[in-house]
Design a protein. Sequence first.
Length: 234
Amino acid sequence: MRESLTLGVLGGMGPAATLDFLAKLQAYTPAERDQDHIRVLVDINPKVPDRNTPGSGAGPVLAEMAGALAGAGADVLAIACNTAHAHADLIQRASGLPLIDMIATGARAARESGAMRAGVLGTKGGIRLYREYLAAQAMGIVVLEPERQEAFMQVLYRIKGGDLGKEVRREMKGFAEHLVKQGAEVVVAGCTEVPLVLSQEDLRVDMVDPGDLLARRCVAVCLGYEPLPQALSA
């Protein structure tokens, strides 16, 4: 068996979601000893400007992080944040490394569920990305109305602040149920904080957790079970 690849993770957006992603990486790796696990280089950087604020300057910061991970020895990258994928091209060109795309992974899983309309719980930036990727899968998208989207963002920031209590869980379940009532046949957790308070057991339709699927793909790519994505040219 060839030596496994080293994974570089751009994280900290937010920290709890990154730790959840790293725990899934460890759980999904077939290992009998320490040395069987993949090497992971992680930049948990909560100082990245808010990805939800236009012109915040998040792109250059993420590009710098990616370049540093490449310099430290990463072979392939993953971003533990849906919205940050808006800067995926910049990140790849700055690092020269391929990226295992979480948005593409989530959209493909939504299509494979057999659904034709996916409800997406995410930031405005994340929703824009999923709209594009779901359209490429010949799928429609269902999103929250503006007022509910604002309420969703307030709950999201409460989760980022460490609130994982019953009220937050109840509200997140309500947002998901509303998408289903509006015609969603599958619900995509389009923000990495969503699965911290929402699970498949809360829904009567399939739930896609792109972060969970990304962790599985990262393990598969690094262990050689799945081909390495093609890197963008500089």
